[in-house]
Design a protein around this ligand. Structure first.
Ligand code: SAH
Length: 339
């Protein structure tokens, strides 16, 4: 049976029309689910019994189950068990400006980036939109907080689960849903070019982040198999198209791997590649994984790389580190963990 958390408001309106009810009931249901946080359909007191019974017959409101919670200073990590006993993780982060959650989009991931732990489990399946929404609901409930921003950077390649991700974004962005502003939603992709182009057409005001990680095909091929399908030139074409269509600044992610992609030459080539584009570069200090061949760049090297990009006129920041003590940092999430 389908989940009530798997419906956009417009789809619920259609549902109510199809069962001979007024479509404004969709608003009432959204208010119960996302504002009042009431998940027992029989408690939807402004909806008559007969309709509640019908809703109960057609939908579930069972949430995914958190089976493990790890706490570090300003970050928490959650292991969720899905209905079919697959496992995924999500991370909560406290910032001065609010609270963000990093959600997973798939069980496993097929992109197989060499430096990323999440790609070690091959993709088992897409997450349904409700399973992503529920990561947020369960965390809000457990911690008694309101989440103000969402990054789709957990396990999985979101653009490899495009339709469900779009649905997820529409649900959490809805003014009667979780009301998370599009500008507070960031989607990170390893560079699935056709889907970047499709996303550009959606008129969503979300932030797009691209995992570039290398300035040449020769190097990127070694780190990210996806580059053999969509090389840097093709990817840059898609980024330019995206910039033109959306006028939204794009983030370029660059993980700093010791002696792999952190030379001054790399910085200069990267600067050349990005010059004049409305992007900013996010340098990510590498977090240790089981891929022992990679080490984090030295602090001075990261700073030099940063300075070089700055001198070349690029906007650049070094990503604040979160959660490496509990394996909750970028690239450390996995779904195979058992309690
Ligand atoms: N599939 C999406 C989301 C991945 S996670 C994507 O590829 O963009 C978010 C970011 O963390 C990506 O840029 C990813 O390449 C990076 N990352 C992966 N492993 C990492 C590690 N061990 N240390 C630091 N960053 C890592």
């Amino acid at each position: 049976m389908d989940s009530l958390f798997n419906r956009e408001r417009s789809e619920l309106e259609e549902y109510f029309l199809s069962i001979g009810e007024k479509k404004f009931k969709a608003i009432q249901v959204f208010e119960w689910l996302y504002e009042k946080k009431v998940w027992n359909i029989q408690e939807f007191s402004n909806i008559k019994k007969e309709v509640r019974d019908r809703l109960e017959k057609d939908f579930t409101t069972t949430l995914i189950k958190c089976v493990k919670r790890q706490v570090d200073k300003d970050v928490k990590k959650y292991l969720f068990e899905l209905q079919d006993k697959n496992y995924i993780e999500a991370v909560l982060m406290y910032h001065d400006y609010g609270i963000s959650v990093c959600v997973s989009s798939e069980v496993g991931c097929n992109m197989a980036c060499k430096f990323c732990e999440s790609g070690r489990q091959k993709k088992v399946r897409n997450l349904e939109a409700n399973e992503i929404v529920e990561q947020i609901l369960v965390i809000e409930e457990m911690e008694n907080v309101r989440i103000s921003s969402v990054v789709i950077m957990g396990i999985g390649e979101p653009l490899d689960n495009y339709d469900n991700i779009r649905r997820f974004i529409r649900i959490i962005n809805d003014a009667k849903g979780l009301k998370i502003g599009a500008r507070h939603i960031t989607l990170s992709t390893c560079g699935l070019v056709p889907k970047i182009k499709e996303l550009a057409q959606e008129q969503l005001q979300i932030n797009l982040a691209i995992s570039l990680h290398a300035p040449t095909d020769e190097l990127r091929n070694k780190l990210m198999p996806v580059n053999k399908v969509y090389n840097i030139d093709t990817l840059m074409g898609a980024i330019k198209e995206y910039l033109q269509l959306t006028s939204r600044r794009v983030t370029i992610e660059y993980v700093m791997l010791n002696n792999v992609n952190d030379s001054i030459d790399c910085a200069k080539t990267l600067a050349h590649l990005l010059k004049g584009l409305n992007v900013y570069v996010n340098l990510i200090p590498y977090n240790e994984t089981n891929a022992k061949e990679f080490k984090r760049s030295k602090k001075e090297t990261i700073l030099k790389f940063y300075d070089t990009l700055k001198k070349e006129g690029l906007n650049v920041i070094i990503r604040r580190e979160f959660g490496s003590k509990i394996d909750g940092a970028c690239g450390q999430l996995r779904g195979s963990e058992r309690i």
